[in-house]
Design a protein around this ligand. Structure first.
Ligand SMILES: [Zn+2]
Length: 209
């Protein structure tokens, strides 16, 4: 597809997508309903930026207890030991479990931070009317959306560790309170990505002409 010329958006063409069934409707009046499923057709998600920002802030707040509270409680050699995400990674390295350490580090640190940063970049560029190629920013949005469920990997690692614990030196692993905050953080970033309306990224182009 040739996109070198001026891009015409659905809004410019007088079309609006139904958010429920995704049918394109010709917009004739305000508060129009979808001709297919009768849902309200809106040109943009309602207060998309505000909701995205609110969920992102909630995720950033949850990031701190997720990292400060113990995520796992090990019992090795009879004495219980609380472990945060970072000290857990350290323990895995000491035990020589490098792949697990790497998975936990990427899933618990790189991915959530990257997602929150990505969301903030998307919000700022829309808010500031940035002209940075919307195609690249849409790719960033897809990446944030794609990564959403994958950061839950960390929660599964804890669950998996608890299940395969009869390995020897560690006699029991329990999930600590940090894991609840971690799960909340992941859910909040998923809500943030869901609230974001990627069509906003293309709206700045409308003002060019
Ligand atoms: Zn519909």
């Amino acid at each position: 597809m040739n996109t070198d010329g001026p891009v015409k958006t659905a809004r410019q063409a007088g079309l609006g997508q139904c958010l429920k069934c995704h049918k394109l409707n010709v917009i004739t009046h305000k508060n129009q309903r979808c001709s297919c499923c009768q849902a309200k057709v809106s040109l943009r998600k309602y207060r998309s930026l505000e909701y995205t920002l609110a969920w992102t802030i909630a995720a950033i707040i949850a990031f701190f207890p997720a990292n400060l509270y113990p995520i796992m409680i090990f019992t090795s050699l009879g004495s219980p030991e609380a472990s945060t995400i970072l000290s857990g990674i350290e323990t895995f390295i000491q035990l020589g479990m490098y792949p697990v350490a790497l998975v936990v580090f990427i899933a618990s640190f790189i991915v959530p931070l990257g997602k929150m940063l990505g969301l903030i970049i998307l919000i700022i560029t829309v808010k500031s009317g940035s002209k940075v190629d919307p195609k690249h920013r849409t790719q960033l949005y897809h990446l944030v959306e794609f990564l959403g469920p994958w950061s839950m990997l960390d929660v599964f690692v804890v669950a998996l560790m608890a299940a395969v614990v009869n390995l020897g030196f560690i006699t029991s692993i329990e999930a600590g309170p940090g894991i609840s905050y971690f799960a909340l953080m992941v859910i909040f970033t998923m809500f943030a990505a869901e609230s974001f309306d990627p069509r906003l990224l293309w709206d700045n182009l409308d003002n060019d002409d």
